[in-house]
Design a protein around this ligand. Sequence first.
Ligand code: MRU
Length: 369
Amino acid sequence: MEILNISPVTFTDGRMLILDQTLLPGETVYQELFTKEDVWDAIYKLKVRGAPAIGVAAGYGLYLSVKDIAADSYEDYYKKFMDVKNYLASSRPTAVNLFWALDRMESALQKFDPKLKKTEEASECKSWEQLFAEIREGLFLEAEKIRLEDEASCRTMGEYGLSLLKPGMGILTHCNAGTIATAKYGTCLAPLYIGQERGYDFKVFADETRPLLQGARLTAWELSQVGIDTTLICDNMASIVMKNGWVDAIVVGCDRMAANGDGANKIGTSGVAILAKEYGIPFYMFVPTSTIDINTKTGKDIHIELREGEEIYKMWYAKSMAPEGIKTYNPAFDVTDAKYITAVITEKGILYPPYEESIAKLFENETRK
Ligand code: MRU
């Protein structure tokens, strides 16, 4: 597949590295993380960002932060593990993959509970040192699994997504749901990469995505690296390109989809969806099942992250583009109502309205914490 060969999060030879996405596109710098504070900071500051990549970072980050914790029993270790888990969970509130990955790590730990005599993994006769060595290995394997599953899921979503598109189409996207927002391939950019390899010749419009410019800095960078025809536009130009007839489909990612199909994604996504409806353009949301939160009933129940106003007028530069101290409102995400979403692309297939039903069917044999 013609795809940017770059990983946003790696854990090899005992070292956790993240690609610092705040420095892109100018510099490609990998930062090594050593502590739980480093992991928290990397997620909060969007050095690692995008719902699935945040999940991968949370898995490895939790392992990194608990692998050397001193404890003298399973109970003692569990308590300390939970303190770290809760701390990392406080880094960003909207992308459910953060909580989903941390919960998976907790479940992986629970398998070693000596009180669970019936499980194969647990055994009361083991010394704490022996059990601790097994716990460490088990936690690392779970973090690896989260990454590998996401990579596979993105590939599959890419194929499903491509089945909805035709060669030569004009495609508009918002924010960045590409390779660096996931373990690999991206969610909504995966079909564009596969299409590129198969000669689909898409014409992509990338919304710049104010205030942190994920579209300009990351999507335009990713796509142009592999030769996909990409035109960067300001967010307020989405309407004119649609009206001009240049957009045949819209593809976006998702940070948390509620059980009724309402989907939170980068601020500005809902406006794009409303415009798409007006212009009769299909609006496709790419949502791995790790991003569907069946315990959240509707979009109204999704916690939208509010970030510092300085991001609006300074971004991370020193010079202000507005009067210092100006009042601001800076929600990082908004919710697109299910009624504007033409189809939801998951790794398990394409879902269509009514989403209450198609999502419930997808999860009929699964419970989540
Ligand atoms: O604030 P960000 O950059 O983490 O927001 C990212 C998005 O909104 C993405 O579209 C979403 O996480 C999907 S990534 C596959």
